[in-house]
Write a new protein. Structure first.
Length: 207
């Protein structure tokens, strides 16, 4: 998989999402770097392509990729501008091949499943019993912290989730057990479990 984006943070986020799942990723910081890698013999199954880049933009980069002939990679446009979704410039990019930043983990995986006809295989990772149990009411962060964490989990923003949990544990040591359990779930990308647990806590009446 080739990630093409001039923003190092955006490339890093995609690597953090995909490398733990077993994908092999290469990076390019511009359209020219992307084309140089392809010319050197890189033959990715997938290109995740930003549009707003210096030099040649994403559309021109894609136009030149198409000109290289077969085999063609599956291409997803990854852009912060949702209005670009309506544009394809005749390059075969449908609206479902457009992923809006910040990238949602579930949306990206759904796209990969459709375009590559993947069948996900769950590794037999050990999950401690306490991770599956409902969150206990004592020693929970404030409601504001829980809501902020919920938003990050909904986005599938792994680095943001871990940073938030680290901040909670540092500022509120009594919540360290909560933060550790949630971080363990996040590292296994069990975002749905996290959301279920967080929602249950948020729905509980306040004394």
């Amino acid at each position: 998989m080739l990630v093409v984006d001039n923003e190092a943070d955006d490339r890093s986020l995609l690597l953090q999402l995909l490398e733990p799942l077993g994908f092999e990723l290469r990076q390019a910081a511009s359209g020219h770097d992307c084309l140089d890698l392809l010319a050197a013999g890189l033959n990715p199954d997938v290109v995740l392509l930003d549009l707003a880049m210096p030099g040649i933009d994403g559309w021109e980069t894609l136009r030149r990729i198409r000109a290289l002939g077969d085999p063609q990679p599956a291409v997803a446009i990854v852009s912060a501008n949702a209005f670009d979704r309506a544009l394809d410039h005749g390059l075969g990019i449908a609206s479902e091949d457009f992923i809006v930043k910040p990238v949602r983990h579930s949306e990206l995986l759904d796209w990969l499943e459709r375009r590559l006809q993947l069948q996900w295989v769950s590794a037999a990772l050990p999950v401690h019993a306490d991770l599956q149990a409902p969150l206990a009411a004592p020693e929970l962060p404030s409601r504001a912290d829980l809501l902020a964490l919920q938003t990050l989990v909904q986005l599938g923003y792994f680095r943001g989730i871990i940073n938030k949990l680290d901040a909670i544990a540092l500022a509120q040591p009594q919540c360290s057990a909560f933060a550790s359990a949630q971080a363990a779930l996040a590292r296994q990308y069990q975002f749905e479990t996290m959301l279920s647990q967080l929602q249950k806590v948020l729905d509980e009446p306040v004394d």
